[in-house]
Design a protein around this ligand. Structure first.
Ligand code: SAM
Length: 281
């Protein structure tokens, strides 16, 4: 069964059965101290419009939707660590945990996770690098996020090497035709654009992550039929990638706007939408 649950994730996670999750990915609010807002605007024809445009008509901008959530914590580790502890209990013996953070918080959380889960269970620090948007003039422009990968058991975990999507060689002529045609596996630095501001993938939810990143994580780190958990579901990127790879999903968010977007985006996977349900799966 696929599930979307509205509510604070901590209480919900604590009510789920131990060992039931094959893969957990979380993308918590990054503690920017700001409200994250995304406006979706469309241009419509109207006599009161301020802009003169195509065909000599007047046009005005209209807000279609406006999604917001608070991204502000006094003590981010105090918020996140109990949730990570609850998720760790849910992981299957060969399960994996992916924690998506940015440069301001990742070091604090990495040290605490090493203490809580054990350093030998840390597998990779994946750098997701993008090149989009404006550049600052007073420091190096920040254009990457960090994804930490931990496993429950470093001797027994899911890593579907054959499922890794291949990327082009930088100098294909140096490797021969066959290798060049096959491409190479990515390293722990993943180049991928952010979700384009226009286009089919964009839901209008702030901080929506690209499907390509979640497709890769789910294809390589889970098996068909596994339960994939995302306790900070947002627009439902993880759940969509899970369903498209024939995994089950359980996604949680406390923001009703996120639940509405997920219900629409994930309708193809016929999820049950619940409010703060604490029943066993
Ligand atoms: C960075 S966004 C996730 C974006 C998502 N990865 C996507 O691709 O759309 C973080 C989400 O966590 C939700 N959130 C924050 N605190 C929460 C909590 N305690 N319980 C459940 N959801 C929470 C916010 O409402 C927000 O939708």
């Amino acid at each position: 069964m696929n599930r979307i649950i509205e509510g604070d994730n901590l209480a919900i996670l604590e009510g789920l059965p131990a060992g039931s999750v094959g893969l957990a990915y979380l993308d918590p609010p990054f503690n920017t101290g700001e409200a994250r807002v995304m406006e979706r605007v469309r241009v419509v024809k109207g006599e009161d419009g301020q802009r003169l445009g195509y065909g000599g008509h007047r046009y005005r901008s209209e807000t279609v939707s406006n999604h917001t959530y608070e991204d502000d914590f006094d003590d981010f580790p105090a918020f996140l660590m109990p949730r990570l502890g609850a998720i760790w209990r849910l992981l299957a013996d060969d399960g994996s945990l992916f924690i998506h953070l940015d440069a301001r918080e990742v070091h604090y959380i990495k040290v605490l996770c090493d203490q809580q889960f054990g350093r030998k269970r840390f597998m990779n620090e994946i750098i997701w690098s993008y090149d989009y948007g404006g550049r600052t003039k007073d420091r190096w422009s920040n254009k990457h996020d960090t994804i930490l990968w931990y496993v429950k058991d470093p001797k027994n975990y899911v890593y579907n090497y054959g499922e890794i999507d291949r990327i082009p060689y930088m100098a294909p002529r140096l490797v021969g035709d066959e290798k060049a045609a096959r491409g190479k596996t990515p390293t722990d630095v993943w180049w991928n654009t952010i979700v384009p501001t226009t286009g089919k993938e964009r839901t209008g939810y702030p901080t929506q992550k690209p499907l390509a990143i979640l497709n890769r994580i789910i294809a390589v780190h889970s098996r068909e039929g596994d339960l994939v958990l995302d306790p900070f579901g947002g627009s439902g990127t993880t759940a969509e990638a899970a369903a498209r790879h024939r995994r089950r999903f359980l996604t949680i968010d406390q923001n009703p706007a996120a639940i509405a977007i997920m219900a629409k985006r994930l309708a193809f996977a016929a999820p049950v939408v619940e409010r703060d349900a604490r029943v066993a799966i």
